[in-house]
Design a protein around this ligand. Sequence first.
Ligand SMILES: Nc1ncnc2c1ncn2[C@@H]1O[C@H](COP(=O)(O)OP(=O)(O)O)[C@@H](O)[C@H]1O
Ligand SMILES: [Mg+2]
Length: 267
Amino acid sequence: MIAVAVCSLKGGVGKTTVTLGLTSAALTAGLRVLVLDLDPQGDATAGLDAAGEIPSTLAKVVDDPRRRHLQACTVPSRWTDEGEGGEPASVIDVAVGGEQIAQHDRTDLSSRRLLSLRTVLAKVAKEDRYDLVVIDCPPSLGGLTRMGLAAADRVVVVTEPGVFAIAAADRALRAVHDVRSTLKVPVQPLGILVNRVRGHLAEHSYRVEELRSLFGPLVMVGEIPERTAVQRAQGAFAPVHRLKDPGGRQVASIFDALLQRALRSRS
Ligand SMILES: Nc1ncnc2c1ncn2[C@@H]1O[C@H](COP(=O)(O)OP(=O)(O)O)[C@@H](O)[C@H]1O
Ligand SMILES: [Mg+2]
């Protein structure tokens, strides 16, 4: 099992999009996935079309990282229901943060709480139930994002090709380093993923080059273009791999490459 956190230090840059895209790639590859939705807004939970009543939330896991508390806030995604595309049978579950998780988005959390998700995932790993855990972080560098980073093996830093991208990516990478050293966990950056690139814009190409010149191979090849397919998939609460038009296929192939990069990093 490998755990990948998706973070950025601001909202609207595409964390949930990358979480859903990576999960969609994993579904297509027949992997078993658990998504931890750490954003109190619950966009990943909604995008995954989570089924059924949710009796509890991840807030309880943070208080007391027992396996059964994680079980109580985990529900199946309906993405696995309608595999008319002939996808292999797979497991996609989502552990719901809900509004209650917001109470833990503080800067004064104990190490025990900061490590709570890592603690519970270590128990899950022993069961061989999931191949991949994807952690959708909220937009700030508060307690929740630090908890998500501490639980992860690898981190995808999402950024837009704008003037503040360098500062934002730099701060996110430093946050990863900081969590790694203060909590003594093995988390590492997987890379910087640039999202919403409009290829014909000189400004965007310039920003991508600028990021490459500063961060080198950490900037992933295959930026995600701005495509309506992303919004259409999310609007239909469906995996982007189910869209068969060129835009959908283009975006899907980038998430396939991201998944491969994550899986390769494990060995
Ligand atoms: N590559 C893209 N092309 C088109 N729309 C996108 C793309 N990436 C994100 N969006 C849209 O932008 C909005 C914000 O993205 P989201 O993933 O929710 O950001 P975050 O989770 O970082 O707040 C969503 O409506 C999403 O559909
Ligand atoms: Mg989000």
